[in-house]
Ligand binder design. Structure first.
Ligand SMILES: *Cc1c(COP(=O)(O)O)cnc(C)c1O
Length: 386
């Protein structure tokens, strides 16, 4: 066995404009960063509230390290379940107004663990076509019947639910679609789940902390709740740290403790992260000004790019995708922006459907009005050139 076959595959990937490059970040994550030796304004992070480098979170993490050390040293079910993990779980459950919550090390692991613990061979998972990759992987790994419907097509979902003879039915959706920025129609999904006796699992990776009057996420945004909701959110995006949690019925949570393999067979996250997250939760709850600023930046951005040749997708969230189309073209536009000191990621297949390569512009409360003005100006210049 040699690796020349891999080298040929990599060259082919590059030729199709699909090879990914990692930039080297030399500063904390923020609106203004140092990357590959240059200063730039960045619209690439999911740090929607600008908390990833907040000094209060840094102080809480340091204090957590002083008190608890650095490593958890064991899995949760052995001796890695720290008092701060427990305190954070209770605070998260209260914050999203659900009875019980469980922490996972990452959102990817949470999705794998939840779906595989709840669905198996005689069950069915119903999924929006644009769901996050981790939810698709979870459904495949579960061995349940995996039914995908066209993005947002509730009639198609209803047909699938009506025809299903599965023992358990689990409808799984991104609450905010990660590459499109639109919000799932949660009340209507809930109605369908009630009519066909299904569970509704919501992945609120991009809504938690941002949507709703106090950042409570998609459930607060719509003012809905239900005992059949399985709510999952990540803590590495708006919350600015790392990890994820699931919240819902206490028997659901206890079932996950007993059987979610990505919860059981892994070392608990460092408790110092739970300390930082408790500080983050306080800021999310109390600093409404961050969400207000973000809303103003989104509005300003939308007005600014309205006349461009590239269509902006219909999104009211911090994720504002401009569709460029081809892979080579999106790379060219992204590179031209980078040359002007403006970083915006080029998102290509298979992350998004072929022909819909896009700039995924993400705004953050760390940005200023001037940053957004600079982005809009750079986009106008690049459009003229191309
Ligand atoms: C980022 C993301 C995840 C994965 O979360 P991590 O904590 O980064 O592993 C899961 N679902 C969605 C929709 C995401 O955007």
């Amino acid at each position: 066995m040699s690796f020349t076959e891999l080298a040929a595959d990599l060259a082919a990937l590059d030729a199709r404009g699909l090879k990914r490059q990692r930039r080297l970040l030399q500063s904390p994550q923020s609106a203004h960063v140092r990357v590959d030796g240059r200063e730039a304004v960045a619209f690439c992070s999911n740090d929607y509230l600008g908390l990833a480098a907040d000094p209060r979170l840094v102080a809480a993490a340091c204090e957590g390290a002083q008190r608890c050390g650095v490593g958890a040293g064991a899995s949760h079910l052995i001796l890695g379940h720290a008092a701060s993990h427990h305190e954070l779980e209770m605070a998260l459950a209260e914050f999203v107004a659900l009875p019980s919550a469980l922490l996972f090390s990452t959102g990817y692991m949470a999705n794998i663990g939840i779906v595989t613990a709840l669905a198996g061979r005689n069950d069915a998972v119903f999924a929006d076509k644009l769901n996050h990759a981790s939810l698709n992987d979870a459904a495949l790994l579960s061995r349940a019947d995996f039914k995908r419907y066209a993005h947002g097509d509730l009639a198609a979902l209803e047909r699938l639910l009506a025809a299903s003879k599965a023992r358990r039915k689990l409808v799984v959706v991104d609450a905010v679609f990660s590459m499109d920025g639109d919000i799932a129609p949660v009340p209507q999904l809930l109605q369908l789940c009630e009519r066909y006796d299904a569970w509704l699992m919501l992945d609120d990776a991009h809504g938690f902390g941002v949507l709703g009057a106090t950042g409570g996420g998609v459930l607060q945004h719509f003012g809905v709740t239900s005992p059949r909701i399985i709510y999952m959110a990540t803590l590495g995006k708006a919350a600015g740290v790392a990890g994820a949690f699931v919240a819902g019925n206490p028997d659901l949570i206890e079932t996950l403790v007993q059987s979610a393999r990505t919860y059981i067979y892994t070392t608990a996250t460092p408790p110092l992260l739970a300390h930082a997250l408790l500080a983050s939760l306080n800021i999310i709850r109390s600093e409404q000004g961050r969400r207000d600023l973000l809303a103003r930046l989104i509005a300003r951005f939308k007005v600014g790019v309205a006349g461009l040749r590239w269509p902006l997708m219909p999104s009211d969230t911090a994720i504002q995708p401009l569709v460029i189309g081809g892979n080579a073209e999106v790379l060219r536009v992204s590179a031209a922006l980078a040359a002007r000191g403006v970083l915006v990621p080029a998102i290509r297949p298979p992350t998004v459907p072929a022909g819909s390569a896009r700039l995924r512009i993400s705004l953050s409360a760390a940005h200023t009005q001037e940053d957004v003005a600079q982005l809009v100006e750079a986009l106008r210049e690049v459009e003229k050139e191309s």
